[in-house]
Design a protein around this ligand. Sequence first.
Ligand code: ATP
Ligand code: MG
Length: 413
Amino acid sequence: MKQSQLFTKTQKQAPKDEVSLNAQLLLRAGFIDKEMAGVYSFLPLGLRTLNKIIEIIREEINAIGGQEILLTALQNPKIWKITGRWDDEVLDVWFKTKIKTGGEVGLGTTHEEPLVNLIKKHINSYKDLPKYVYQFQTKFRNEKRAKSGIMRLREFIMKDLYSFHANQEDLEVYYKKAQEAYLKIFNRLGLGDKTYMTYASGGTFSQYSHEFQTITSSGEDLIYVCDKCHIAVNKEIIKDLNHQCPECGNAKLHEEKAVEVGNIFKLMDKFSRALDLKYKDKEGKSKSVIMGCYGIGPQRVMGTITEIYNDNKGIIWPEAVAPFNVHLISLGKDEEAQKIYDDLLKNSIETLYDDRNVRAGEKFADSDLIGIPYRVVISGKSIDAGGVEFKKRNEIKSKIIPIKSLISKIKQS
Ligand code: ATP
Ligand code: MG
């Protein structure tokens, strides 16, 4: 894309009321726009990154059998009243409103109830199980605090996957698979080293649930990390475990601030029982379906990546989620730059080409702020030195490389 065509502008300073680093950087770089506290729009650069995160998650969930659907945001109170979650005062994060012709609706905070209600029409026998259904869908939660930028939103996309099984053994097998898929996802997102599968309370239905917690000073949670097992325990259950690793017994766990980027639960028959989701087993006996649920928030992931990968000049995107791979900058050499741009596109290398008529200093500052992994500068100086100036966003020094080896250099980097 040509930068002269990009409608967003960068800003030198973040708005004064923006306290979180991720929102400051993403606002300044033109990735997002703030509508109100906890509510942000995604602009062209931001949407490219968000879509890359979503696509990585989608690929890995498809790889474990997920079938994608899209449920509604507007929720019928009827089914939520059956499970008691419509009027749940303790957990109340609902945005509710009235329908003009009568009756209430709510904006979905999660989707167990409507999905169980839907899947009832399609599951009758053990032959229909297991099934895995997921979506990327907008959730609305009236969160009390919304000061963490896009890490805690009042309107956010969640990838929520739900699994349906004939028995607990089958759930356990799939639950393990989902854990592995989650670790793959966070590895591919560039968060592998800092993300820990974290033992958390299982609620009323099972001994543990698992959170995926990424270490960052901006996190709102505390976790206790076992370096030997690369797992952690969250604060609510650390006492129950006597401050020991549940896997190896290690008592030398260290406390870290972290953010919950994902969460997986064994729901067992909690919702299927309440909403009467049953199947007939081989003997024709009626049984409750056993369920698991698995969430990830792509915007929270994007905020977390921004919090971790930055320096005093801007964002430093991991390649897998960068809005573009190459930032091509022309300093008065537009004809040569255009040729390089065409060549990059021909080789399917996603490129933002800064063809604007602005000072070099401004182009460099914007490039550092936006944080594209590779910067390629073409100028009179670079041509005299033998080609283009090539620099990785996370390195200080640039080097001159011949134009004809640029493509192979990027492909092997
Ligand atoms: P938290 O404890 O941080 O409020 P949660 O436990 O309520 O999160 P879940 O219901 O488990 O969240 O949601 C699944 C995933 O959705 C979370 O792991 C997170 O990635 C994402 N998520 C949850 N709440 C938000 C939010 N307010 N803004 C952005 N993403 C969110
Ligand atoms: Mg959670």
